[in-house]
Design a protein around this ligand. Structure first.
Ligand code: S3P
Length: 425
């Protein structure tokens, strides 16, 4: 994929549905009774993997563009899949579905692409095993493929060593099938879409600070869900609007759940001119439009409790930092190493290729901004967020940048390059 620099960006973009919320709508709709209707569903490859897994377990799911109708069969209505469940590139599918599968009365095998086969699954195997689950990594390396032999589960109080919504959600979902209350405490609060949505479906969930608790065997009932736009996708347009000269972009339909909006807080700390307009609530999630104007950015420090609220945005925040004046330090973000690529390495490699001054660290990176960046050949490493972050950097580098395997953006944002192009007409 070739991206040319732009003199300015103008216009409107409407952000496609949130990936995390789209996954959950399919999963919870499948184990609820009756019909769940989802609008603005994200048609990205990851969410389609979730649909295909539940179809394989006997759930009828109808799709018409971004509308989805799920014919849920209740908590105990899934049937044994005929073959391996293919999770594709999706960590969310793998980890959340494992929580559901652990308490079933059948066995299942999960597998995905090369990236999934190297992502850590010990983080879910440990709590699930404590609940009595029978889950093994078939190759003995704590990664997929996973074999899950459904088993009666017991409720636990789990203190997770990582702030991960995928781990939290996995344990809470297994808790639906346990013999008593299950609680998960995380070191820092991660995204809370599972708590919000499961509760709307009728689950008995309580939360207090960084602990979420669930009672087993609720009656989940099908819902109507309007998926808000994904702030993780909006992030690329926020960054583009800020760093490309003479720009003004209206980004419509952006979910601003406080467990996800760290990029806005960081952008403001860097001096960004972003107005929040039309703030409202959609399916229990706060949503707004963002008016972004080119801004003189300066460096900042990003660390501590804010990290889980912007973990997926750190690659594009690193790009913003390279175009800012002064130093940006990112700490407490070792989780970047276990995403679709090792994002400390892939951000460093590509920002260096463009001429930026960046030093990787054990749990983040230090970027000395203000250098004039130049086009380069970008290696996405098949990581959608790396491809999109560097497409944004390319807009502000004089000349043409080549993004290798750029089509991997389809994982979370089919139509990304087209939406970007529309802003420069
Ligand atoms: C997600 C949680 C995050 C995030 C991922 C989606 C989710 O992962 O990086 O893209 O939908 O729960 P972790 O929970 O592992 O940090």
């Amino acid at each position: 994929m070739q991206i040319n620099s732009k003199k300015s960006l103008h216009g409107e973009v409407t952000i496609p549905g949130d990936k995390s919320i789209s996954h959950r709508s399919i999963m919870f709709g499948s184990i609820a009774s009756g019909i769940t209707e989802v609008t603005n569903f994200l048609e990205g490859a990851d969410c389609l993997s979730t649909i295909s897994c539940f179809r394989k377990m006997g759930i009828e799911i109808e799709r018409d563009k971004d509308s989805v109708v799920i014919h849920g069969k209740g908590l105990h209505g899934l049937s044994a899949p005929s073959g391996t469940l293919d999770v594709g590139n999706s960590g969310t599918t793998t980890r959340l579905i494992s929580g559901i599968l652990a308490g079933q009365s059948f066995s299942s095998t999960l597998n995905g692409d090369a990236s999934i086969q190297s992502r850590p699954m010990r983080r879910i195997m440990t709590p699930l095993s404590l609940m009595g689950a029978d889950i093994t990594s078939i190759n003995g390396n704590d990664c997929a493929p996973l074999l899950i032999n459904g088993h009666p589960l017991k409720g636990i109080q789990y203190s997770s060593p990582v702030a991960s919504a995928q781990v939290k959600s996995c344990v809470l979902l297994a808790g639906l099938y346990a013999d008593g209350k299950t609680s998960v405490t995380e070191p820092v609060l991660s995204r809370n879409h599972t708590e919000l949505m499961l509760s709307a479906f009728g689950a008995n969930i309580t939360t207090s600070k960084t602990t979420a608790s669930i009672l087993p065997d609720p009656e989940l009932l099908g819902q109507k869900i309007a998926v808000p736009g994904d702030i993780s996708s909006a992030a690329y347009f926020i960054a583009a609007g800020l760093i490309v000269p003479n720009s003004e972009i209206l980004i419509k339909n952006v979910g601003i759940n406080p467990t996800r909006d760290g990029i806005l807080k960081v952008a403001y700390a860097m001096g960004a001119n972003i107005e929040k307009l039309n703030v409202h609530t959609v399916s229990g999630e706060p949503v707004c439009d963002l008016l972004v104007k080119t801004s003189f950015l300066h460096g900042t420090t990003i660390e501590g409790d804010i990290i889980p609220t912007l973990i997926d945005e750190l690659p594009v925040i690193a790009v913003m930092a390279a175009f800012a004046e002064g130093t940006t330090t990112i700490r407490d973000a070792a989780e970047l190493k276990v995403k679709e690529s090792n994002r400390i390495d892939t951000v460093t490699e590509n920002l260096k290729a463009m001429g930026a001054d960046i030093t990787p660290t054990e749990d983040g990176m230090i970027i000395c901004g203000g250098k004039t960046l130049h086009p380069a050949t970008i290696h996405s490493h098949l990581d959608h967020r790396i491809a999109m972050s560097f497409a944004v950097a390319a807009l502000a580098c004089e000349g043409e940048t080549e993004i290798m395997d750029g089509e991997c953006v389809n994982i979370s944002y089919p139509g990304f390059y087209e939406d970007l192009e529309k802003l420069s007409l």
